[in-house]
Design a protein around this ligand. Sequence first.
Ligand code: ZN
Length: 271
Amino acid sequence: MDVAKCTLDGSEYSAVKFAKLPPPEIAIKRRHLICIRCSTRAIFVKEARSGQGPHFRARPHVNCPLAAPESEQGEGGGEDKDMLRNPGDHIVLDLRYGAAELVNGDPESGAEGGTRGGRHVGPGGNRQAVSKRRLRPILKNLIFLEEFRRSDQTIELPGFDVFRVHDLFVNFSEVTDAHVGRFKGFWGDIQDIRPGKNKEHWINTGDKEDVSVVIRQDICASFLSYHRIKWSELEGMHFLVFGWLNRGGKNNNKLWIRPEGFEFTAIYDGM
Ligand SMILES: [Zn+2]
């Protein structure tokens, strides 16, 4: 979208104009943007890796004339579609991609190799095809395919457990108190990034009452190089993170997630 409305000042902004506001003003107003037609919450993207200029996006953004047509949304094919064509498949998440040198020697992930063949899994010894998937195609499927979000497929996070897709993943906007203390694949939009007091970075999904993801100082550098990205480029992106939901800290009720490691995260910058 080229235009969005700020509910704080009641003004409509073009994305180009919004991008030229003083940074402190952007920081406040970006949390209060809506689609001018349907009032869906909008996300401001100042700089995208694709080279696309400043823009707004909203998701889910259905039944709105201002929503981008499905065909322009960069929906993946190939490997992504494959997951739906084979609903019986057991998915094993592959967290090693792009980080081989960093997790080398991990006994947890060493044994299986990259094969996709039949293997006995699940109760009753049902023979299911096992497919290894990286996190990014999983994130794309979550974004674009409701059928996948609701699917009954089994999905395994090596070293953790086997889950059902519809049980494992929770959109940031649907996080509730009931999720506190639970391990999930949380996903959704990144609203903005703020540095913290201890040189950690907070990936915010909305305003204060919404859940945030904390990237502690010790993994900040590896997190950025793993995703080949700058903090500012993350703002407006789609994000997936595996971890436990926590509540609170010093004098607050903040909901937050700390990823097990940078390899437990994925980003996607399609619209
Ligand atoms: Zn709209």
